[in-house]
Write a protein that binds this ligand. Structure first.
Ligand SMILES: [Zn+2]
Length: 660
């Protein structure tokens, strides 16, 4: 990035000669000379009018889709996510069955109904398509699920040809549900416009295909990069935050105003509107240039504004240092309405965070949610993986970097709760979310095919975090960090797969002189459901000449026998530390292949304790309490659990459940 910055400095010094290039500077990114950062497949222009009383929106959308697939395309699928908020949708069936507040209701509350209606659709040169589309349900065949429509054309769009769709649509927003809709006079426009699917060719696959999944209770999103020009007409008293950067405001005589926004090299566009925002801005200097941090904080939370902006700025700095530059000119943070389901959501260059009135200063909820959602700017926003099919690549990697960044900023042991007698680390919080349903699903399961919402969350967020934490014990923390940086720099603005990530880790490990034999680990940890649980089964010292007077006066050698047991199916080499009462320590390294192993020593000293993984690096171990064994004569085993601690972790898991 230093190179790019030097380019800009040179461009300024020799301004006259380079003036035409500078004139092409990007509006929404700090890309030198305005060079596009992504392969821009789509260009959306949307002109929308929001009815803040009826909670509806009417809009015209123009979509230019450039066919870069290398083959003719005669059909185009579009996501219509708002149609998930209907009782007969797959989203509703799944949320009803899967826990969450809708599980306890026996009728569908009318205020939670939402939807998107296609008033008309056409394409230039292809004519009216209003009768050429139908709903499809590629995932589950639910014909009443109207979250994907397929448009068929009379003739195909040739390779490299651009087709211009013109769509007129009407949104009805539900009362806040799944980070969408309204609460009091706050309105969140997420997944609010017809969005075309992705023609996707997975790594190693020759053929591409449309990838346009239905909306599910656990799934997020997947879309192509491009540009967005959005006009939003709202009452003049409303303040609006949106993806991209603001580029215009026109006040009208009818008491409304039209706000214009422009986004580049992003794959989605969201906005939030409320008359109750206060603006809290500052500038962060990224390694590509200045970024405006634009905070829209509810008046009731004014006292939290600096806290929000501080953690956001510090997080942005860490990401910039560790993983790569943030190229956009603006990052918008929305403080959502209290009591809504709008807390903790990511969109390109816009996040919703969340706070509580009276939140104690060292209960780091603000920090957790703000860091997490910003992290998605990297793991989703720029490295745009398929969230339907490989959610661990965004939620999981993002949870790992959350642990690293918050640990660095707030302290490893106190990154969730920071009081001297009441503290908790984010890593432990993630690990606890995983241990509950660790065996049901591999990380690679399609998001809507997990056994339950609990399994999806525990495996996707929690397990991925501890898999990467445990990887640190194999190739070292600096190499894991370097691998993430290489992965980000190589795959930003593209759609990589899990194998792209794993191969990057192997490659960087090799370059760092670490083992590249990581497949046995990945096969179990990433692709498998094996449980990792090692225990010290037995450990004791007895006089060698036990038949003699073995009482207090025994002066001979002792025979120490330590038995280790691999309780789970997951095989991982482990280290055990043995402490003796003469102060000596012995370390053994066990490959873990057999179900158990035994170590025997003859020495003067007696065993005090035996501990597997003495440096506490194997976070994948589902039971820490059987890792250590303290010989009875030498004092009580250290208690690792206390009741308050269990209560606290449940509380934090409850907090964390909001963060997606
Ligand atoms: Zn998330």
């Amino acid at each position: 990035m230093r190179f790019k910055r030097q380019t800009l400095v040179l461009a300024t010094l020799f301004g006259a000669a380079l003036a035409p290039a500078l004139a092409a500077e990007s509006i929404a990114t700090n890309s030198p000379n305005g060079v596009p950062l992504s392969q821009r497949v789509v260009a959306y222009s949307i002109d929308a009018k929001l009815d803040t009383v009826a909670k509806t929106l009417d809009a015209t959308e123009t979509l230019d889709y450039k066919n870069l697939t290398g083959q003719p395309l005669d059909s185009f699928p579009f996501h219509l996510y708002l149609n998930g908020f209907r009782p007969e949708s797959s989203f509703s069936y799944e949320t009803h069955a899967n826990g969450g507040i809708r599980a306890v209701e026996n009728s569908y509350p009318p205020e939670k109904s939402g939807g998107i209606e296609i008033k008309s659709i056409s394409a230039d040169g292809f004519g009216d398509l209003s009768k050429s589309w139908s709903f499809i349900a590629p995932d589950d065949g639910n014909s009443a699920d109207h979250t994907v429509m397929l448009v068929k054309l009379a003739r195909p769009v040739a390779p490299n040809e651009t087709i211009r769709f013109r769509i007129v649509f009407h949104d009805k927003f539900p009362v806040s549900i799944a980070r969408n809709g309204w609460k009091r006079d706050f309105i969140m426009g997420g997944q609010w416009f017809p969005k075309v699917g992705v023609w996707w060719k997975k790594t190693g696959e020759a053929q591409g295909a449309w990838n346009c999944h239905q909306y599910h209770s656990t799934t997020e999103f997947f879309a192509d990069f491009g540009t967005f020009d959005v006009k939003l007409n709202v009452p003049q008293r409303y303040i609006v935050g949106a993806s991209g950067v603001p580029v215009g405001e026109v006040e009208k005589s009818d008491g409304t105003k039209t706000l214009s926004f422009h986004g580049e090299d992003i794959h989605d566009f969201a906005w939030a509107a409320s008359p109750n925002f206060i603006v809290a801005d500052r500038v962060f200097q990224s390694s590509m240039g200045p970024v405006k941090i634009h905070g829209l904080i509810l008046k009731a939370h004014e006292g939290q504004a600096q806290r929000y902006l501080d953690i956001l700025e510090h997080t942005m700095r860490k990401f910039d240092q560790w993983y790569g530059p943030f190229p956009y000119k603006q990052m918008t943070l929305i403080d959502p309405e209290p009591g809504s389901e709008m807390y903790g959501m990511e969109y390109p260059t816009l996040i919703t965070a969340g706070t509580f009135w009276g939140l104690p200063d060292k209960a780091y909820f603000n920090e957790l949610v703000t860091e997490h959602e910003f992290g998605h700017q990297y793991w989703y926003g720029m490295v745009a993986t398929n969230e339907f099919e490989e959610a661990w690549l965004d939620e999981g990697i993002n949870s790992y970097t959350e642990v690293k960044v918050l640990g660095s900023l707030l302290g490893e042991e106190s990154s969730v709760l920071g009081y001297p007698l009441l503290h908790m680390s984010d890593t432990e919080q993630e690990r606890l979310s995983y241990t509950g349903e660790a065996t049901y699903d591999p990380m690679t399961r399609f998001a809507w095919k997990f056994y339950s919402g609990g399994s999806y969350g525990g495996v996707t967020y929690g397990k991925t975090t501890v898999v990467l934490k445990t990887l640190e014990s194999i190739i070292g923390e600096p190499t894991v960090q370097k691998a993430l940086r290489v992965y980000f720099m190589r795959y930003r603005f593209t759609h990589p797969t899990g194998e792209d990530f794993l191969k990057t880790v192997e490659e960087v490990a090799g370059a760092d002189g670490k083992t590249t034999d990581l497949r046995p680990y990945f096969n179990q940890a990433v692709y498998g459901t094996q449980v990792l649980d090692y225990e010290v089964k037995a450990a004791d010292s007895e006089p060698v000449e036990w038949w003699k007077d073995a009482g207090r006066n025994y002066k001979g050698d002792y025979r120490t026998v330590v038995s280790l047991h691999r309780k789970g199916d997951f095989v991982l080499p482990v280290t055990v530390e043995l402490k003796f009462d003469d102060g000596s320590k012995t370390y053994e390294h066990w490959d873990g292949v057999d179900r158990w192993t035994r170590y025997t020593y003859i020495k003067k000293a007696q065993l005090v304790s035996a501990e597997i993984d003495p440096q506490h690096q194997i976070w994948l171990d589902t039971n820490f309490f059987n890792n250590s064994y303290v010989v009875a004569n030498h004092g009580a085993a250290s208690a690792k659990v206390s009741s308050y601690w269990v209560i606290v972790q449940q509380l934090m898991a409850h907090f964390a459940a909001w963060v997606v």
